[in-house]
Design a protein around this ligand. Sequence first.
Ligand SMILES: [Zn+2]
Length: 62
Amino acid sequence: MPQIIFTCPVTGDDVPSGIETERASLDQMAPEEITLVCPHCGRPHTWQINQGRLEDAFPEAR
Ligand SMILES: [Zn+2]
């Protein structure tokens, strides 16, 4: 399954969450927050689940 990708607000790079889900599951997820330590800038970031995208999906397709 594809994993959810977030965007680092500092560098703009993709941050893989390690959470794998299906598109339907992503759409149905509760608006939880997730905090990850960013591999790009080394700081923790908090995102809403619904700010993520699937790694095999193009942003413009949403
Ligand atoms: Zn970052």
